[in-house]
Write a protein that binds this ligand. Sequence first.
Ligand SMILES: *Cc1c(COP(=O)(O)O)cnc(C)c1O
Length: 410
Amino acid sequence: MKPMGPIPPYFEVRAGQLVLAGQPFSHWLAQVETTPAFIYDMGVVRQKVAAFRAAMPSEVSLHYAVKANPLPALIRAMVTEVDAFDVASGGELERVLAAGAAAEQISFAGPGKRDAALEAAIRAGVTINLESESEAARALSIAARLGVRPRLAVRVNPDFDIKGSGMRMGGGAKPFGVDAERVPDLVRQLVDAGADWRGFHIFAGSQALDTEALIATQQATVKLAADLATQAGVAPPSVNLGGGFGIPYFPGDTPVDVERIGAALNATLAPRPEILRDTHFHIELGRWLVGECGVYLTRILDRKISHQEVFLVVDGGLQHQLAASGNFGTVVRRNYPLAIASAMDAPGDEEVSVVGCLCTPLDRLGDKVGLPHAEPGDVVAIFLAGAYGASASPMDFLGHGPAEEMLVGV
Ligand SMILES: *Cc1c(COP(=O)(O)O)cnc(C)c1O
């Protein structure tokens, strides 16, 4: 048998049934009337938000990075939970504005912003995190045409990334942000052009589990912001310190220690350079906030044996949960945590592979995992489906259609 990652500790089990937001999984499946379905438990998100607030210095605000899960119901529920939203496309911007977030609560990053999206952001009064000098020029000319003073921040490509992070987004040649040494000139240009310069956005990586590396990155980020501001000769109203807090997916992964990170950040900010004295600091998180709240529920259609190996063929697959199949940003395929949702207490003593209904060998959701004996009709729960699941999977591949998504516990 091959190991699986740890099941997140946020879910109850009652009489062997997986319970979400106080109800057995079957209650929620009856409401969506079909499988496969993603069920997201807002109660888990609230626990994460509370843990962040308890750990972090109160002057640090919490942004939700919408890319992780852009479900409109979730965005709406987030409006009262987080301080602000980070969007990375014109479409995400529309969703966040439609959810009722105020423009001052939104910042817009991401390479390749269309003119129409820049215009929508400038009209609304959203802060644009500029990814290049040429994007800055486009934003300034659109704002001039509209007769609006744009809110512009500069995304910095730092000379470091988060050691050991799952996805490197800083350090060296990158499509993201402006190389640090060119940032002071750009800031002066923005200020001279009369823009409302909002400060810096410095995002060094994603899915980092090493607490010490996250602490070191935040220290380096604060220092970089102070150095760049000093060179530009102007104090930044705000600095987005990035985020990158990961969650445990695989055997041996351990959660980040947010209390340690909070204490260290407090120690970093207390004696900060004078130029950052009145600066407001932000942390933007996607996966850490919502990844653990989601469960992908998929029903077994067939149980078959090939060369003595048991295959459970389910009605979902990588078209909804690409990451669990190991084909989204992983080098080596490893098993997400899986369970039989009606047999949570039973020992996992049968070795099975859980495969999706796509006619490709890539569609493997569990490889030689130990699960209780299961039959067609039983439901497999795949955990850690709250972030980069439904919206980060090739939904139209093979034409089975999208999965249902439902937010519960609001
Ligand atoms: C993707 C992204 C995030 C979210 O990353 P998580 O790992 O989900 O927290 C935050 N900020 C920026 C700029 C991003 O591109």
